[in-house]
Each structure stands twice: as structure tokens, then as C-alpha cells.
Design a protein around this ligand. Sequence first.
Ligand code: NAP
Ligand code: ZN
Ligand code: ZN
Length: 352
Amino acid sequence: MPTTHAAYAAPAATSPLGPLSISRRDPGPTDVAMEILFCGVCHSDLHFARNEWGFTAYPCVPGHEIVGRVKAVGAKVTRFKVGQTVAVGCMVDSCRECAACREGLENYCEKGSTFTYNSPDRFGAGPHTFGGYSTAMTVDQAFVLSVPETLDPAGAAPLLCAGITTYSPLRHWKVGRGTRVGVVGLGGLGHMALKLAHAMGAEVTLFTTSPGKAEDARRLGAHNIVISRDEAQMGKAANSLDFIVNTVSASHDLNPLMNCLRRDGAMCLVGAPEHPHPPINVMGLIFQRRSLAGSLIGGIRETQEMLDFCGKHKIVSDIERIPMQKINEAYERMLRSDVRYRFVIDLASLKS
Ligand code: NAP
Ligand code: ZN
Ligand code: ZN
């Protein structure tokens, strides 16, 4: 018998989020059932809740930066035990057979990953998967992560999306000691990119539209700060960087940023705005053999590697804890860039 749990959902694109009861399946042989303790608030949750990408299924229970405590495990579960602190990120399953899955890149599953929310639910507990704005969930052990004991569980929650989404391209483009890295946008993803790139030994430049964030940016690991709306500062940064990770959630002109890359440099887009960016200037790419790329979260193996890296370097997110009931206000504040730097929902607020 599936069990019923409290959750928060968007009933439609134009309605605020509110309470909803949802079902979770009983743990099968390879499942881990967990009580959710904390869930980070990603800008993707807002894009989904408001159908900004055009494929949201309602009711929508967002949340994919989940830290919880194991309540029960199936008979064949070997990697987790009751009471352990565990995490779930953006995926709960994939085909496990295609070339991408065999390489540990379940995020690029050729048959389509089962995302933590808004994916068809192959176990049939709901019409589609429901995310971490809820008190409990059941996930196959192959998609459950271990949280290093050295990390604060609430601060660790955002690592499951903001952390891995920036860690993966930094690794893929081989960022290390001395690499000149640009980070565009100082929000949830951007502040993790600063911390991670700094810990990898890079020389880090932040591009921001918010001059008031400069002091924080230095504390978070930026060596240089460029106000991206200041043409003179952008001109000075031209041809200076090996790699840029662009985390901006809204449409903006990419050309002045591309111009900051050196020959053979690459800019990787992880921000996924509702509306398209203005066209890219082809000459800017051709003349310096520059690349423009994209990247989607990260695979399970790499997510565990990132968590262990953060455990070793004592990296967590800078968070503001909120009760579930404040989520609509939090979305409005996130849109105004008024969060330093990630809201994390304390699910105790939905249990009382
Ligand atoms: P966030 O906390 O809201 O941060 C976004 C930042 O973008 C803001 O803090 C702001 O930084 C900057 N920004 C906002 N509007 C801007 C504008 N009009 N022009 C220039 N800069 C602007 O959001 P987030 O949670 O980090 O997510 C960022 C984006 O990544 C979202 O689109 C999200 O959906 C996407 N995402 C993608 C993946 C993936 O796998 N690719 C995973 C997670 C999230 P400043 O104040 O410093 O300018
Ligand atoms: Zn996310
Ligand atoms: Zn696959």
C-alpha cells in the first residue's frame, strides 16, 4: 500500500504553491525510503512551477536538492542503512542500459532520465514524479547519494543541483590550478561555482549585474569582479579567460561575455532562461576559435565525487532556511536576486 505524505504543489502555472497530499510507494527490494529533512530551492523549480519551459505537468511538486534520513530499506539494499543521512538530486532513475547510462552519465540517458519531478512515474505512485517539497520519498538505491558526515545537512542540500551543475562543467573543461575561470551570475549556482572553482585552484572572475554582491563574491572565492553592465570593465576583461560558466536565469547578450574568452576558450551555459538570448556574433567565435556549449546537471558517480570533494574541502552552500509555507515569497525574492545565496526549506515545517 502506498503511503500518503504532506507536500506543497503548484496546481497551475498562474497559481501559488499550496498544500497537497501525495502517495509514495512502499520500498521494493532495492529501494530506500527516507524522511526528507531539507530541500533547496532551485530557480528551475520556479521555471517549472510557472511552466516557463512549456512542459510542466500539474500538480507540480518541485524540489531536487534533497537531504533526508533513511527510514527503511529493501532486502537487497547494501549501500544504505536506517538512520543514515542521504541525498537525492535531480534524477531518480534512467534506462541504465544505453551508452550514456553505462558511462555513468544518466543525466544524458538516451531514453530520457526519470527526473525527480515532472517525469512519468514508472512505479505508478503518482501521475508523474513528485519532488522534495514533501516530507518523504522512496528512491532506488542506485540514485541515492551519501552525504559526508563533515557537512551540515541543510547547507549540503543545494550541492545536489547547484553544486553538481557547476562542478560537472568545471571538471569537463579541466579546470585546475591556474585556469582563468569566469562565473556569470551570483545566485545559487553562481556562488557554488565560485567556491568550487576556487577550491580547484583556479583564478576566478565573477561577472555580476549586482555591484552590492562584490564583497560577498571575494569571500566566496572570486579574485576579480566585473560589473557586466559596465562597458569599460567588460572591455578590460576582453580575451582574459580560459573558461566561463554562465549561470544566468534570464535572457541576456552573450556576446560581450564571449569576447572575454581567450583563443580556444569556451563558455558553458547552465542557466536556462524562459526566453531566448539575442543572437550570437559568429565572427566572435570564428576569429578566436571560441566555443559556446551547454551542460545538464551531472551523473550519479560524478555527483558522489562532488559531494566527497565538498566533504574534503568543507564546502556547503550559503543558505537562508525557510518554512515550507514561505515558498511563494521565496520565489519572488529569488526573482529579485534577494537571496544570499540559496533558500533551503526545513521540512519540519510541514510535519508539525
Ligand atoms: P538564481 O539563484 O536566481 O541566480 C541567477 C542569477 O542570475 C542572479 O542571482 C543574477 O546574478 C543573475 N541574473 C538574473 N537576472 C539577470 C539578468 N536579467 N541579466 C543578467 N543576470 C541576471 O538561479 P539559480 O538557481 O542559480 O539558477 C540559474 C539558472 O540555471 C536557472 O535558469 C536554472 O533553471 C538553471 N539551472 C540549470 C541547470 C542545468 O542542469 N543546466 C541546473 C540547475 C539550474 P547577479 O545578481 O550576480 O547578476
Ligand atoms: Zn536545480
Ligand atoms: Zn540510459
